[in-house]
Unconditional design. Sequence first.
Length: 225
Amino acid sequence: MRIDILTILPKLLESPFSISIMQRAQEKGHVEICIHNIRDYATNKHKNVDDYQYGGGAGMVMSIEPIASLIEKLCEERTYDEIIYMTPDGEVLAQNHCNDLSLSTNIMILCGHYKGVDERIREKYITREISIGSYVLSGGELAAAVLVDAIVRLIPGVLNDETSALTDSFQDKLLSPPVYTRPPEFKGLKVPDVLLSGNTKEIESWREEKALERTKERRPDLLEE
Ligand code: ADE
């Protein structure tokens, strides 16, 4: 899979993809993540990428031209499954969207800033708008990092134990059950006996029961869907 990210703050995206699972995924060739600086495509004297909004009002708007030039250049080079705009007014990201997107060949992600991008960019090029939650970040970069992480870890071969992505919370519309590691007792708090029993059938049904219990308690909405 190839992921192109369009940003005015490329530095902000350096570290999320340069360590741990995301780094290994790129080294092993599962994903190529290309970060593009929108400012490199600005043609005006001061390399401005934003402008005052028509109709007045506080806040700048990201200009069409540099973004359009970059998107068109990339689209000449390959076909994109989705051109995504990260925005608080997009569809709220959920695991099923990540599952679908992990099957893509090429994805482009545009990170918004200021008051957002000129609406005509959204009309002409964007195929999907995604929010990572009902709150406003300073820009779309951290949201793009969340989206890319959630997608890339689902690509077969990225996680060492392939089943571990399948047993994540949400994959079966349930939250994950509690997990424990050594020691068996900490300050009077004991690991449930069943997990030490070695009885895989009983362990499995205990986990199912706890996952259901936790989902009912914390996210009953998942069970109603
Ligand atoms: N940009 C600013 N806030 C955002 C959010 N919540 N989700 C996606 N992109 C954003």
